[in-house]
Design a protein around this ligand. Structure first.
Ligand code: AOS
Ligand code: ZN
Ligand code: ZN
Ligand code: ZN
Length: 426
């Protein structure tokens, strides 16, 4: 971790500006009848999980350009995650990917995480790649393959991931498969979906009572003609058929351009099937860009729905995870920045005057309805985020504090640069 003195020194320099900005914002909010302290306390409760695969430099299918000091194993990944949480105070958990980050000794990994104030979030299985020791290939599918033996192998992998997650204190399994087809006619749509439902049920049967199973849909890639769980409709149907604790997970990058994701969020939640998120941003497809980097308004609109649902149902608590690929930035910086962007969207959504909004909706005043949303979105809540971080022991400006700490330079001395060629799968 970064020396507390470095963070304290950084905060001391920034504190006077923050005090002034916070006081000014406090006055402004008070005029709107909002208590800034309440908002800051709410910001402090916000948490989003880090993806274990996100702390390494990603890549495309063309190339990967590794950065200095990349973590070489799950322990070093946890070191990086703990730095992210130390400074951002918004990322107390890690979502593990198996087999990429399969620990030899789960107990040792759990202790290592706990010593760094980290816990484990949803577990991710992987049947979109072949592993060296497996009997059958997933080239033509996994949970939906025409061969029962392949399906069984994929089911067993998921069950193994659940067993591992139990030892790590996780409470959910996220299932994303690449199954689909590249040619019309290649795959029988109804049969492959039927196989999926059978496989999902077999995995669900192995789930502990207090676990959720999260189904992640994705429009295309790696399959370019059809994908078995391609949209929220298939995801919803599969979750409904599988069981009560089987829910849909929305990855923001997994939709066609211009799709109204906030409405998908609303629909799934209305029918009790919204289970979680993979936050990222995109311009074209599954770009896995940093959260809020392209369309922060969309992120805000998603949180506008989430806050609205939460206010109607206090038990509503979907899993929040980042799922991004950092190809040109330091992943630690990107993850800290993204966590704050998601937190910012949440805080702004809390500012929406819901009573006024409902009034404008009921009186058919579209201009004022959208202005009510914009009034919350346009407010700069940075001082709230900064104050929440500082009070929790984090950094007022995480990126500046991180750069001042020279953490990357220091780990680069112990971690040799990894290979340059090949693609980075994210
Ligand atoms: C793939 O596109 C999905 O976003 C999955 O969440 C995937 O398992 C993750 O990105 C790790 O590769
Ligand atoms: Zn995802
Ligand atoms: Zn994705
Ligand atoms: Zn992804």
């Amino acid at each position: 971790m970064i020396k507390p003195e470095v963070v304290a020194d950084h905060n001391q320099k920034q504190a006077p500006t923050l005090e002034a900005d916070y006081a000014a914002l406090g006055e402004k909010l008070a005029r709107r009848g909002v208590d800034i302290e309440q908002l800051t306390r709410a910001a402090d409760t916000f948490a989003v999980a880090l993806p274990s695969w996100g702390v390494g430099t990603g890549g495309t299918r063309f190339a990967r350009f590794p950065g200095p000091g990349e973590p070489r194993n799950i322990f070093e990944k946890l070191d990086d995650c703990s730095v992210i949480h130390q400074l951002s105070q918004a990322t107390p958990t890690v979502s593990l990917h198996i087999p990429w980050d399969r620990p030899d000794d789960p107990k040792a990994l759990l202790e290592y995480a706990q010593a760094r104030n980290l816990a484990f979030d949803a577990m991710n299985s992987n049947t979109f790649q072949d592993q060296a020791d497996q009997a059958y290939s997933y080239k033509y599918g996994s949970l939906t393959h025409t061969s029962e033996a392949v399906r069984q192998q994929a089911i067993e992998h998921n069950v193994e991931v659940v067993e591992l997650g139990k030892k790590l204190g996780s409470k959910a399994l996220t299932v994303w498969i690449g199954d689909g087809s590249n040619f019309p006619g290649q795959q029988h749509f109804r049969n492959s979906f039927a196989h999926y439902l059978d496989s999902a049920r077999a995995i669900y049967d192995a789930l502990p009572d207090d676990w959720n199973m999260l189904l992640e849909h994705k429009m295309f890639e790696p399959a370019f003609y059809s994908t078995v769980i391609q949209d929220w409709g298939s995801s919803y149907l599969a979750a409904r058929e599988t069981g009560e604790r089987c829910l849909s997970l929305v990855d923001l990058g997994h939709h066609a351009p211009n799709v109204n994701i906030e409405m998908i969020v609303s629909r799934l939640a209305q029918f009790g099937k919204l289970g979680g998120f993979h936050f990222n941003d995109s311009k074209y497809g599954d770009d896995d860009l940093d959260s809020g980097s392209i369309d922060p308004y969309q992120l805000f609109l998603v949180f506008n729905e989430l806050v609205d649902i939460q206010q109607a149902d206090s038990a509503f608590a979907p899993f929040y995870m980042l799922d991004q690929s950092h190809n040109v930035t330091d992943p630690i910086e990107s993850l800290m920045y993204s966590a704050a962007e998601v937190q910012r969207a949440f805080v702004k959504a809390l500012l929406v005057d819901r009573e006024a909004l409902l009034g404008y909706q009921n009186s058919s005043d579209p201009l004022m309805a959208q202005a009510t949303l914009k009034q919350a979105f346009n407010l700069d809540v940075e001082p709230v985020l900064q104050m929440a971080r500082q009070r929790a022991g984090g950094a007022i400006d995480p990126i500046a504090a991180y750069r001042a700490s020279e953490y990357r330079q220091s780990v680069a001395r112990d971690r040799p640069q990894s290979g340059q060629s090949g693609s980075g799968i994210v």
